[in-house]
Design a protein around this ligand. Structure first.
Ligand code: PEP
Ligand code: MG
Length: 826
């Protein structure tokens, strides 16, 4: 059954025309999150195909079938026009506009009721003039809401059943989110009530669900407003709501099977995701690019509304001024230019003029501004051109900035920092790169995976991070006191004073460990019995070289050159690239520098390159494959590297995404040509082992390369066929899976047979368990995020090589990653 909340009813409205009425009703649906604002186009298009006048002064505008994908949630909205508006050629006067966004057939019930209303003239008259939304709610949904809906109203739900929670980890955020999502999809009202206390929760609200603290085996009652909803919900709960019910309780806890070393005892709620970067922090939460701004039309005095718009635009310009100077000082002119372009968009005369026209027509300022900007954003998005899509994103950013001002909503200060734990649906690698590590405490994302490039950047910034925590995260209000445990993959909300104290104590222990490791960070990496293992840094920019060296880096094992392309909006020239590589080579002195050629594709999108969108971007023209297709990108890069290599023998080159012997030979031939052209002698040349075929071909490749570097992030995703960004698979996408370790062993054996060395530059190298097992397998270089260097060195110093070899041999025979990790648990 469809609900009709008051928010979706507008009484006493006026409309200048039929289109205007449709616009207003579409805005109600979009404002409540039922549809994308672009759904309006579908509603307008539908009117050109068929008049939606129903009879008796009622019209039911709705979108065309091809705009159905713009519906987020089935719903209806009602615009009451007591003075009526002319609808169609026949001049029919419409006084009730019932906008319908129907993803399925749930709206048929409403239509049935409407046809009953049609035959009752008195009722039509009442509904067209009433001042009480409840009259409309009752007529259209069959239920009259109580005068002041008390929170407990949903407790009197007629159908109920008892269930016992089967989830090994209890009702944590992921199943909680799945439950709320199901209830939302069913359009049902559902409540959960614990048996041992009378505490109950609305199943639409994740925070309430989590606060029940349901653990495995807890019995509770599910009540619903229909038998079918009750059945669907109880079945879903009994099936585990997406959790693996066979998982042993002991191996339960945090992602990748890590048992938290510290746990609070009395927190309001726990949100669990997958560990992406270690660390324990205490702070308040803040949403990034928060939820939808709720814009409703508030018609008023046009003069007043125009003034509001003017002052919002002026304030937004001031905000951008501050942002430009701060960004220029912290990150350079090219990044500041992004916000200068926002100022241009802000001043666009056409936008301002159209918004003012709508205001003069009687619309509120926020509604008018949203309407005109949204129209342009949708147009840009429709063009399916990545550059224009990026402009659409910029315009959305500007739109939000102005709307926040108009609605009096606080500023999103995500990349401007602030001592907070940032919560976000997801972050792009460039978002993450823009975040200020000084002021950010850490972050949690609803989506993403631990080997996403966002997570990699978090480790680089030394920020604790948790990913794949589920969308319920986005309901956490700003300013909620919290403890973020990156190692356990958990965010604890509203901790008690005792827990805060215990977290501070734990921070003390961790800090002492870190201080010890830090004090010894400049010692060369080695096992306790003295086998050298070089600990290098994964860094992308020369500007980070000094801090990497300060962290104890013995070289750079992976320079991801694509980041030179990602953090700007045009291709860096050959000279610019040369300057950057040279600065990096100089900073490293004698130490090795491994420059990886461009690895664009997958989750590293560079909008301005105008690349075609691919259905499976991780399996398409990525890395070396793209370079073969785009000599305009590949050749200047190779020339820039070769020029630097001529003066700096520490420069190594490595190709990403090699999957065949021919790939390597072809790439080497191109580099050989460039070297000849520039008169550059040999450059040590390696390939990344990140595709299973490359590992299987290692015996052949080893004869021709100088070294291998295993990219465990991709090797894991391609071996297990699990997208490294997939939130539901994030827990299983673990490089410690024996299938992945077998491929690494193959690689090491092949390299040793040819006297070559193997490094690892994927995330597994910086994970303590990973570092130990990889060393046991024969890997002799680990390239990790700079903040991880001291801890990895410290971990290696505690073990002798024979013990690590034995550990690795046992790891290879385990059934899964969890069992491999368990080998190192005391
Ligand atoms: C990897 O795949 O492990 C790797 C180091 O490369 P990237 O993470 O940049 O894809
Ligand atoms: Mg990779």
């Amino acid at each position: 059954m469809i609900e009709l909340p008051e928010q979706l009813i507008r009484l006493g409205a006026q409309a200048a025309s039929k289109d205007d009425a449709i616009r207003q009703v579409a805005a109600l649906l979009a404002g409540a999150g039922n549809t994308d604002p672009a759904y309006l186009q579908g509603m307008l298009a539908r009117e050109t195909q068929a008049n939606t006048y129903l009879g008796s002064g009622i019209a039911i505008p709705h979108g065309t079938p091809d705009t159905r994908h713009l519906i987020h949630r089935t719903g209806i909205a009602v615009l009451q026009l007591p003075q009526g508006v002319s609808w169609g050629e026949g001049g029919e006067q419409v006084r009730l506009v019932v906008g319908i966004a129907a993803a399925s057939d749930e709206h048929l019930d409403i239509l049935r009721r409407l046809t009953r209303v049609l035959s009752d003239d008195d009722l039509v008259e009442r509904l067209s003039t009433t001042r009480s939304p409840a009259d409309l709610q009752e007529a259209l949904t069959g239920t009259r809401p109580p005068a002041a809906a008390p929170a407990a109203a949903t407790a009197s739900l007629p159908f109920s059943a008892q269930v016992t929670l089967p989830n090994p980890l209890g009702m944590h955020a992921r199943p909680g989110t799945a439950l709320a999502g199901l209830v939302r999809k069913l359009g049902a009202r559902v409540r959960l009530t614990r048996h041992d206390s009378s505490q109950s929760a609305d199943a639409l609200r994740l925070m309430e669900i989590l606060s029940l603290g349901l653990t495995r085996g807890t019995t509770f009652t599910v009540s619903a407003d229909s038998e079918s909803a009750l059945r669907a919900v109880t079945d879903a709960i009994r099936a585990g709501l997406g959790d693996d019910l066979s998982a042993p309780q002991a191996a339960q806890t945090a992602g990748q099977g890590r048992v938290p070393e510290w746990q609070p005892t009395q927190v309001g709620a726990t949100i669990e995701g997958v560990p992406a970067a270690d660390g324990l922090v205490i702070g308040e939460t803040r949403q990034y690019a928060a939820r939808e701004l709720n814009v409703t039309d508030q018609p008023g005095d046009p003069g007043e509304a125009a003034k509001q718009l003017d002052s919002a635009l002026t304030d937004a310009r001031g905000e951008l001024d501050t942002l430009i100077s701060r960004t220029r000082a912290q990150y350079g002119e090219d990044k500041a230019a992004i916000f200068a372009a926002h100022q241009e968009l802000l001043g666009d005369e056409g936008v301002v003029q159209d918004a003012v026209n709508l205001i003069l027509d009687g619309h509120g300022a926020a509604w008018a501004y949203q309407w005109v900007t949204q129209e342009r954003i949708s147009q840009l998005q429709k063009l399916d051109d990545p550059t224009l899509a990026a402009r659409a994103a910029d315009l959305s950013d500007v739109q939000r900035r102005v709307l926040r001002r108009l609605l009096g909503v606080g500023e999103e200060r995500a990349y401007e920092g602030g001592p907070a734990i940032l919560l976000a649906a997801d972050l792009t690698p460039s978002d993450t790169a823009r975040l200020g590590p000084d002021a950010l405490l850490g972050f949690v994302t609803a989506q993403g995976g631990p080997t996403s490039h966002t997570a990699i950047i978090a480790r680089g910034l030394g920020l604790p991070a948790v990913v794949a925590a589920g969308t319920g995260l986005l309901d956490v209000p700003d300013g909620t006191p919290a403890i973020l445990d990156g190692s356990a993959g958990r965010l604890y909300l509203n901790p008690s004073e005792a827990d805060l104290q215990s977290a501070r104590d734990r921070q003390g222990v961790l800090n002492a460990e870190r201080d010890r490791a830090r004090a010894a960070r400049h010692e060369p990496g080695a096992t306790r019995d003295g086998t050298p293992v070089e600990i290098a840094a994964n860094i992308n920019r020369a500007a980070d070289a000094a801090s990497a060296l300060d962290a104890g880096a013995q070289g750079v094992g992976l320079m991801r050159t694509e980041f030179l392309f990602l953090e700007r909006d045009s291709v860096p020239s050959e000279d610019e690239q040369e300057r950057e590589y040279r600065a990096m080579a100089q900073a490293m002195g004698e130490r090795p520098l491994i420059i990886r050629t461009l690895d664009i594709g997958g989750d590293k999108e560079v909008p301005y390159l105008g690349l075609e969108r691919e259905d499976n971007s991780f399996l398409g023209l990525r890395g070396i494959r793209l370079c073969f297709e785009r000599p305009d990108l590949f050749m200047p890069q190779l020339r820039a590297i070769a020029r630097v290599a001529k003066d700096h023998p520490n420069v190594h080159v490595m190709f990403p995404m090699i999957s065949t012997l021919e790939d390597f030979r072809r790439a080497r031939a191109v580099l050989d040509g460039v070297r000849e052209e520039l008169g550059v002698a040999r450059i040590p040349l390696g390939v990344m082992i990140e595709v299973p075929s490359a590992a299987l071909l290692a015996p052949l490749l080893a004869a021709e390369v100088d070294f291998f570097s295993v990219g465990t992030n991709d090797l894991t995703q391609y071996t297990l066929a699990m997208d490294r960004l997939h939130p539901q698979l994030a827990r299983q996408t673990d490089a410690m899976h024996p299938a992945v370790l077998q491929l690494i062993k193959l690689t090491v054996d092949a390299a040793e047979a040819h006297g070559k060395w193997v490094g690892v530059c994927g995330g597994a190298a910086g994970d303590e368990v990973g570092a130990l097992i990889l060393t046991g397998l024969g890997v002799r270089e680990l390239s990790v995020s700079p903040p991880q260097i001291p801890a990895v060195k410290a971990a290696l110093r505690q073990h002798d090589l024979p013990a690590l070899r034995d550990l690795a041999a046992r790891a290879l025979t385990q059934p899964n990653a969890e069992a491999v990790r368990a080998l190192l648990r005391p």
